[in-house]
Design a protein around this ligand. Structure first.
Ligand code: PLP
Length: 361
């Protein structure tokens, strides 16, 4: 099989040992004679899987006991609605607009007629190429929460320091850098993430929520009610069983890598290699403000669309897959999530250098 490095922003590369393990257990999980996909979600075998997954995530992120871990569906996108629905009915919610996904979170919250949405800072006027400053004076002490996107997948920016929100809960969309950074869970009221980048296959959404934020509002749907989901230990209805199993295997792998701290170190190394190569290059450059650069999503451009296209086509032929930038940003983007191997970063840099030599710089 040819060596392929998958730079996809999501669904993204999974650790090879995890895929091997899943393959070895695919038809006969723990001598049950059944695949995980065929197990009842009420069976003791599956209950152990979901409990182990939660326990591992608690260990990896050092999640305190007064936080609940929920395994839900609907992607991070459904959280754009669940968060205001559960936390901000008849209240104000404050948002920081740092990219396409923040904008979607804002526009979904605005659809709820009894939620007042206030955008307190934005970097939209500069195509989201930086993270705006947020001062304590901007925070309304009566707000239900302040929402941020810790890592902006499309634009390639990330918060390096968290806004200080005092007693107002900080709610974070961590879809593209959960477990790739050493966050202190206690700094947040809610953390949520679609699984398909650093956790496992698509179809699973992880929510980590402080207990006192459960049951604050009447929610007109059991499925959308955090309290009901927490009380039923994410088994209110049939959960995405196979994705939860895969997440458990990924968590075991992350534990072997030194938990979130170990991943952060590896991700810093990988990102530094690519950013240094971009600094050295006279053809390629990063469009993002140096102080706010993401470790996990790294956009780069030549400044010439025809050359970008040529680069992407030739890179794909070399097995460097999915380097095309998001249609809103253009150029290229390398997503270097936890499971992305450092050898792939070296392969990309070697190819960039060869391309630069051939195409002038
Ligand atoms: N938020 C961020 C930061 C994302 O990167 C994405 C997807 O790429 C989403 C939200 C949407 O996630 P989902 O497709 O799970 O709804």
């Amino acid at each position: 099989m040819k060596t392929v490095y998958n730079f996809s922003a999501g669904p993204a590369v999974l650790p090879k040992p995890v895929l091997e393990k899943a393959k070895s257990e695919l038809l006969n999980y723990q001598n049950s004679g059944m695949s995980v996909m065929e197990l009842s979600h009420r069976s003791s075998l599956f209950e152990s899987i979901i409990q182990d997954a939660e326990q591992l995530l608690r260990e990896l992120m050092q999640i305190p006991n007064n936080y609940r871990v929920l395994f839900l569906q609907g992607g991070a996108s459904l959280q754009f609605t669940m968060i205001p629905l559960n936390l901000a009915q008849n209240k104000k919610a404050q948002y920081i607009n740092t990219g396409t996904w923040s904008k979607k979170a804002i526009s979904e919250a605005k659809k709820l007629s009894n939620v007042t949405v206030e955008v307190i800072a934005s970097s939209e006027e500069k195509n989201f190429t930086y993270i705006p400053e947020v001062t304590e004076e901007m925070i309304d002490p009566d707000a239900a929460y302040v929402h941020i996107t810790t890592n902006n997948t499309i634009e390639g920016t990330a918060f390096t320091t968290l806004p200080k929100t005092g007693k107002v809960p900080l709610v974070a969309d961590m879809s593209s850098n959960i477990l790739a950074n050493e966050y202190n869970v206690e700094d947040f009221g809610v953390i949520y993430a679609g699984a398909q980048k650093n956790i496992g296959p698509a179809g699973l959404t992880v929510v980590i929520i402080r207990e006192d934020l459960l049951g604050l509002s009447e929610v007109p749907s059991a499925m959308l009610d955090y309290k009901i989901q927490a009380e039923s230990h994410s088994l209110y209805n049939t959960p995405p069983t196979f994705s939860i199993y895969m997440a458990k295997l990924v968590f075991e792998w992350i534990k072997e890598q030194g938990a979130a701290a170990g991943m952060f170190k590896q991700d810093q190394e990988k990102a530094a290699l690519l950013y240094q190569a971009l600094e050295r290059s006279s053809l390629f450059s990063s469009p993002v403000n140096p102080a706010n650069r993401s470790l996990t999503n790294i956009p780069f451009i030549t400044g010439n669309e025809t050359l970008d296209k040529k680069f992407i086509a030739e890179a794909t032929e070399m097995g460097l897959e999915n380097l095309k930038g998001h249609r809103l940003v253009g150029g290229m983007r390398a997503s270097l999530y936890n499971a992305f191997p450092i050898a792939g970063v070296h392969a990309l840099i070697d190819f960039m250098q060869a391309f630069e030599k051939e195409n002038g710089g």
